[in-house]
Design a protein around this ligand. Structure first.
Ligand code: CA2
Length: 150
């Protein structure tokens, strides 16, 4: 069974507790449970994680090289600053979908640029936590096509 890592960056552990007008009322545990159900339906193992630490996220991306066929990542505020995450994802070499719950382009200017988008296969933003479901679905379809081509 293929595995997908779903990685979440800083402060996303507080999802559902602050700024519900921007991020919605769901907790990250709710999102994880939904992604696991979707993974079950698609025959994918979902490894869902969150860290507030940049280096831990880099370690997980490197771990994914051996263990996962794709990554969904919401790098949180590190999206806008992290060359380390950019490099790690570039070296990963398999499909990556970047997710943002909010529309980063409709917010403060410092959120408009993502260091991650250039090394992502695709990027979803502004669709709330539904973005995670869409990202898992996109990777599932992509893996199906890749497997059929082998
Ligand atoms: O829209 C997104 O998903 C973001 O990646 C969320 C980050 C933000 O820094 C990015 O610019 C866009 C912030 C995550 C903070 O999470 C919170 C969750 C609940 C309440 C407040 C913040």
């Amino acid at each position: 069974m293929s595995t997908i890592f779903i990685l979440n960056g800083p402060n996303l552990n507080t999802l559902g507790r602050r700024e519900p007008s921007i991020y919605g009322a769901e907790t990250l545990d709710d999102v994880a449970a939904r992604c696991r159900r979707l993974g079950d339906a698609r025959g994918l193992e979902i490894d869902f994680r969150q860290s507030n630490h940049e280096g831990v996220l880099v370690d997980w991306i490197q771990e994914a090289e051996a263990k996962a066929e794709g990554i969904v990542i919401n790098p949180g505020a590190y999206s806008h600053t992290s060359i380390a995450l950019h490099d790690a994802l570039r070296f990963f070499g398999k499909p990556v979908v970047e997710v943002h719950i909010s529309n980063i382009h409709a917010r403060e200017e410092f959120r408009h640029h993502s260091m991650i988008s250039a090394v992502a296969t695709g990027m979803i933003c502004g669709l709330g936590t539904l973005g995670y479901d869409l990202a898992v679905t996109a990777l599932a379809e992509r893996l199906k096509t890749d497997t059929a081509a082998q």
